[in-house]
Design a binder for this molecule. Structure first.
Ligand code: ATP
Ligand code: MG
Length: 455
């Protein structure tokens, strides 16, 4: 049977998903407007503008990726991606508000105020100009092809569905529609090869599985268990971007659980994973999960979240453990915390390049934990005026609620903030004498001058 005929008869997709390996002459399954739920009214106006302008200029242009996937699932897309046969330079000529980005993967960003429509040129099937490392990782992928070739270069079948603005149909080359209906996440092609080409695909698999509540199919799953260590080869700056997507996407708790389930959390946060494996108490894990729950909740309520607090929580247990060691060696509390923070951050940023502006704040949150124990005299009112006080107090609450032995301290600070000035004064006055003075300032020793030489 001709493949196009076979496929048009198979419009009752969902029964036998096509094998997601590149075909010889397979056309797409075409899902007409009457058989799917995507309506233009749910598509960003700016994305529609981009699609129409590309088309008017004689190019092919489709909506693709997460936006088509999410619209088909009845979810609100995070952003809108467009795929076209126009080269990045041609896209730039069509839009004044356009910037070309990326080396490994060149893309056009068309900006409309705060919205960015990402426009990618169709990637070609395997070709000579693609640059690989010894381990099969793709360093550069700027060889252009057809929409069909582009579909087979995408990561998961559910991310390779194309919405055609000409007749409002959806094109499915890889069996994505059946997988979408089955709640299945399936990598396109040979799982091991595709993860080796780009190990970040493993993190993407986890992110989509957690966010969509999808199951990974057997092959996509088995390869992850073996290839997790390849994440160590990914550029630390790219891993930082991925971590933000993993933990600040609104599904941090599920994502964390799935990452640990597949053994990938340890590739991102090795020191934290070691602590979690040796934990004698529950609170390190409890603290992490609570921090991630808070993050998800804040995002759901439209409140701001910062990577600094996230990193402070993710790295707290290694910092705490190292602080205890340094104190046993005789370092003063704050000094030990600072040193531990420096060491843990330095090792972590070799893996995940968290920018300094965030790690500085994380370190402040940690050292503040010690400063918050000093409550006599004018100290509390001075601490409260510091810009990092709020985050540090929230962090103290998090520790207390996770079972660390700081419950009394956290309650004290909660009460302190509720008091008027007189009440605060009384509270800090009553602390006097309770807290052993951290360290007496040593009086500078009087130098004994050498006696002037007698002549
Ligand atoms: P999100 O909801 O997070 O935006 P998304 O699937 O749209 O999810 P993007 O990072 O916006 O993710 O990428 C858009 C599309 O580009 C993906 O759906 C996928 O088809 C393709 N893509 C992105 N990253 C890769 C990759 N590493 N390898 C192959 N294809 C990729
Ligand atoms: Mg997207």
């Amino acid at each position: 049977m001709f493949s196009w005929l076979k496929h048009s008869l198979k419009k009752t997709f969902g029964k036998t998903p096509p094998d997601p390996d590149p075909p010889v002459d397979r056309g797409p399954v075409i899902i007409p407007r009457s058989e799917h739920g995507i309506s233009r009214s749910n598509i960003s106006e700016n994305a529609l503008k981009v699609l129409y302008r590309l088309q008017k200029a004689g190019h092919e242009a489709y909506l693709v990726g997460g936006s088509v996937r999410d619209l088909l699932l009845g979810r609100e897309p995070k952003d809108f991606d467009v795929s076209t046969d126009a080269s990045p330079e041609q896209v730039r000529q069509l839009f004044r508000n356009c910037r070309l980005i990326g080396r490994r993967f060149r893309l056009a960003h068309v900006t409309f105020g705060r919205e960015i429509i990402e426009v990618a040129t169709f990637r070609a099937a395997e070709g000579g100009a693609r640059v690989h490392t010894e381990n099969g990782m793709i360093l550069r992928d700027n060889v252009y092809g057809t929409v069909e070739e582009d579909a087979w270069r995408r990561d998961f079948t559910v991310n390779a569905l194309y919405y055609d603005i000409r007749d409002f149909s959806v094109l499915d080359y890889t069996g994505g529609m059946a997988d979408l209906r089955a709640g299945r996440l399936r990598i396109i092609g040979d799982a091991e090869t595709r993860y080796r080409e780009d190990p970040v695909r493993m993190l993407r698999a986890i992110r989509f599985a957690a966010k969509l509540g999808f199951r990974l199919d057997e092959a996509s799953e088995a390869a992850i268990r073996q290839l997790g260590p390849l994440l160590a080869e990914v550029a630390p700056a790219r891993l930082f971007d991925e971590i933000l997507k993993l933990f600040l996407g609104g599904y941090a708790v599920q994502t964390f659980e799935v990452l640990r389930h597949y053994g990938l959390f340890g590739s991102l946060f090795p020191a934290t994973e070691r602590c979690l494996q040796h934990e004698e108490h529950h609170f390190p894990l409890t603290l992490l999960v609570r921090a991630l729950e808070n993050t998800d909740l804040r995002l759901a309520e439209g409140k701001p979240v910062t990577p600094a607090f996230l990193f402070a929580a993710l790295l707290w247990e290694p910092v705490r453990a190292r602080t205890a060691e340094l104190r046993a060696q005789g370092l003063a509390p704050i000094e030990a915390l600072q040193r531990a923070g420096d060491e843990v951050v330095a090792r972590q940023t070799e893996r995940v390049a968290c920018p300094k502006r965030f790690t500085l704040q994380s370190r402040e949150i940690w050292t503040f934990q010690e400063r918050l124990t000093r409550r006599s005299g004018r100290r509390p009112s001075l601490l409260m005026e510091q810009p990092r006080f709020r985050a540090a107090y929230d962090f103290l609450l998090l520790r207390a609620h996770s079972g660390e032995d700081v419950g009394e301290l956290a309650q004290w600070w909660t009460r302190y903030q509720e008091q008027d000035e007189g009440g605060r004064h009384a509270m800090s006055a009553s602390q006097k004498g309770k807290e052993g003075h951290p360290r007496k300032r040593r009086r500078p020793r009087r130098r004994t001058r050498p006696a002037p030489e007698q002549s």
